[in-house]
Design a protein around this ligand. Structure first.
Ligand code: SF4
Ligand code: SF4
Length: 76
């Protein structure tokens, strides 16, 4: 359960840029994880290799401010 202002809808999932991100890894790809700013962080281990949320149309539309939603619990 999250308190995100970003709706967990297919339109947002399809616009999510996470699969193009250098931090996105095989573990996250395995079950097509994405939209972490709405769904919360991953259980996968990861290395921070950069975050491209700032280039994402969802990030811009909802005027969220943080990065690395895949890693941390939500800080919008
Ligand atoms: S802001 Fe980041 S986590 Fe949220 S949809 Fe965009 S790329 Fe994905
Ligand atoms: S939340 Fe940011 S760091 Fe994590 S996969 Fe998405 S774009 Fe990359």
């Amino acid at each position: 359960m999250t308190n995100s202002i970003v709706p967990d809808i297919e339109e947002n999932a399809s616009r999510c840029q996470c699969p193009l991100c250098p931090t996105y890894n095989e573990c996250m790809e395995y079950d097509d994880q994405r939209l972490f700013c709405s769904r919360g962080n991953t259980e996968c281990n990861l290395d921070e290799e950069g975050c491209i949320c700032g280039e994402c149309p969802v990030w811009k539309e909802y005027m969220i401010k943080s990065f690395y939603y895949c890693r941390s619990s939500l800080k919008i």
